[in-house]
Structure formats: C-alpha cells, structure tokens
Design a protein. Structure first.
Ligand SMILES: NC(=O)c1ccc[n+]([C@@H]2O[C@H](COP(=O)([O-])OP(=O)(O)OC[C@H]3O[C@@H](n4cnc5c(N)ncnc54)[C@H](O)[C@@H]3O)[C@@H](O)[C@H]2O)c1
Length: 304
C-alpha cells in the first residue's frame, strides 16, 4: 500500500499510463496483444465487477483473445457502455455478487446464450468503511459487508460455475484476492481478512474441483491504478488512526521523498488472468498468483 501512495502522487501529476514504447510494453505486445493468436478462441467467460478497473481490462483482454464475455456488475450504465465498446462478443448483465441467486443467474445466462461456460472470474470487490485498524472499535457490520461482497461470492462462483462446467469436465474459475490477503495492511484490516479468505477458498476447493476436471486459481494484485484505489487512498489517509507514518508522509508530501516502487496497471492483472484462463495453464490449480512486483516477498526487508 506504500506504493498506493505513489499512485496517488502520480495521479495528481497526471502521469500518462504506460505505452507500448516502454520496455514492459514491448514485452507485453510481443506476447499477447500484437499477435493474431487468440489464446481463448471459442471460450465463454463471465467476469464480475467488469464494468470498471481490473475486470474491465480483463474483459477487453479476453475479447481480444477470442472469448465471448458476459460483463456482470451493478453499475448498469457503465457496464452497458463497456459491453458496447467491446463489440458483439461482450454483453452486460446486472449481477449483485452478494446475492447467490444472481451469481447463479449470470452462469445460466452464459450457458443459455452460448451453450457453455469455460471461465468464471469472480473479481468484484469493495474496500469497506474506515477506520479498520482501531482494535477496540472494530465494526463487525462492516466486516460482514466485506465478507458478503469480497469473500462469499468466491464460493458462490465455485459452486455455480462448477455446476455448469462439471458435465463437460472442463473449465476454470478465477478469483481476485489481493496482496493485502497475503501481507495484511492494517489500515485495510477487515478487507485483508476478506481477501485472505478468498485465497483460502481457492486452496480448499482446488481438489474438490479437480475431481470434476476443473481448476480454480486466485490472482492477488498489488496496488493497481483503478477507480477503487483512487477512491480508497484519500479515505484511508483521512480516517485510519494507525495509518503508517510512511504512507501518511508520502500522501501529504505528494511523494517528495518517494520511492521507486512499481505502480500496476489493470492490464498487468488482466494478462495474468489471461494466462490462468488459457489452456497454457491447464495444470495450474489451487494457486494464488501474486502480481505485485515482488512487494509481498520483500516487504520485510524494506521495513528494516
Ligand atoms: N485496485 C487495487 O489496487 C486492487 C488491489 C488488490 C485487489 N483488488 C481487487 O480487485 C478487484 C477489482 O477492483 P478494482 O480495483 O478494479 O476496482 P473498481 O472499483 O474499479 O471495480 C470493481 C467493480 O466491482 C463492482 N462491484 C462492487 N460491488 C459489487 C457487487 N456487490 N456486485 C457486483 N459488482 C460489484 C463495481 O461496480 C466495480 O465495477 C476487487 O476485488 C478488489 O478488491 C484491487
């Protein structure tokens, strides 16, 4: 999350997103976007939370790679406009992931429309209310709300996607967890628990799904330049009493003392999802793919 402060600074400075002329962009365009090889040709996907941010970028990447995508979200106007931008291979449906019946209905829509479901990406999520790091006044209603939108839908996705996929013994479920589910962020303590639960669900359900020939994997992004992050950082900075001094200083100083940490783009996560959803990952099951430029493994070293 220290890097999230860098993102806030960058936004203030209106730094343009990476282009394909950057070294990273060159590698990426050579691998997945500049070729006519479609890694998801003929596959059908449902992506929750796809009206915005990571889900939206993943929907675009999947369509580019030959998939038909159902965008499932609660932002109807935005969802419809994303679907129309992506063309005839994308469609929008309203789906509140906190309601199991609506998750089931999104699965049924994909099967009804396209005759099959190959990929279900449980990605929708929220940050919750703040503060989350005041131990003596933990808001359990906030906790329940976070679990209802961030964690329980991962299990609903497993259940209903497996129902549709098991007869063909083929399919893949993805769940967006978070770097905060790997290394908890105190200012996001309740959110961190909800995301650690997503990782636990993926690990626990990998073997039961494998019995049906199916896979499930989590993706844990580090701070990623999306509308959610741009909303959450100022809220956290205002309301979290225990917010780390370093983050506070970075936000307040507008990064004057900053670091050189990476800022992720939604497309960085979308490309991880593309790999996991493709047949190239056919033996990858039960993993949590952390896409955070190594932050979760070197955080301890940074703190010294
Ligand atoms: N941006 C980051 O830094 C970051 C880091 C780690 C994990 N994540 C996770 O990535 C996922 C995507 O977040 P994002 O950053 O793209 O944020 P975002 O706000 O841009 O997108 C989230 C989408 O989820 C939708 N959504 C929220 N509640 C919903 C509900 N009940 N039912 C259906 N849709 C709902 C929103 O309408 C929105 O379109 C989330 O699970 C988030 O927790 C984000």
């Amino acid at each position: 999350m220290f890097r999230a402060a860098q993102l806030l600074r960058e936004t203030k400075r209106a730094v343009a997103p990476r282009t394909s002329s950057s070294p990273a962009g060159l590698i990426v365009s050579g691998f997945s976007t500049a070729s006519n090889f479609q890694r998801l040709a003929g596959k059908v996907a449902v992506i929750t939370g796809a009206a915005s941010g990571i889900g939206r970028a993943t929907a675009a990447e999947f369509v580019k790679n030959g998939a038909k995508v159902i965008i499932a979200d609660i932002q109807d106007d935005l969802g419809r406009s994303v679907a129309s931008e992506l063309g005839p291979d994308a469609a929008y449906t309203r789906c509140d992931v906190a309601d199991e019946a609506q998750v089931a209905a999104a699965v049924d829509l994909a099967v009804g429309r396209h005759g099959r479901l190959d990929i279900f990406y449980s990605n929708a999520g929220i940050g919750g209310r703040y503060p989350q790091d005041d131990a003596v006044s933990v808001d359990l209603d906030n906790f329940d709300g976070l679990m209802a939108v961030n964690a329980r839908p991962a299990l609903a996705a497993v259940k209903h996607a497996a129902r549709a996929m098991a007869p063909r013994r083929s399919g893949c479920i993805l769940c967006t967890a978070s770097g905060a589910g790997v290394v908890p962020i105190p200012a996001l303590a309740m959110y961190s628990v909800s995301k650690a639960t997503v990782i636990a669900i993926v690990r626990a359900m990998a073997e039961p799904l494998a019995r049906h020939g199916l896979r499930v994997n989590a993706i844990s992004p580090g701070p990623t330049r999306t509308p959610m992050l741009l909303r959450e950082i100022p809220l956290m900075a205002e309301q979290s009493p225990g917010l780390s001094g370093e983050l506070k200083r970075m936000v307040e100083d507008d990064g004057a003392a900053g670091d050189a940490a990476a800022v992720l783009e939604p497309e960085d996560i979308a490309r991880a999802a593309l790999y996991l959803a493709s047949d190239e990952a056919r033996f990858v099951n039960g993993h949590n793919v952390v896409v955070d430029a190594g932050y979760s493994v070197h955080k301890g070293a940074e703190a010294r």
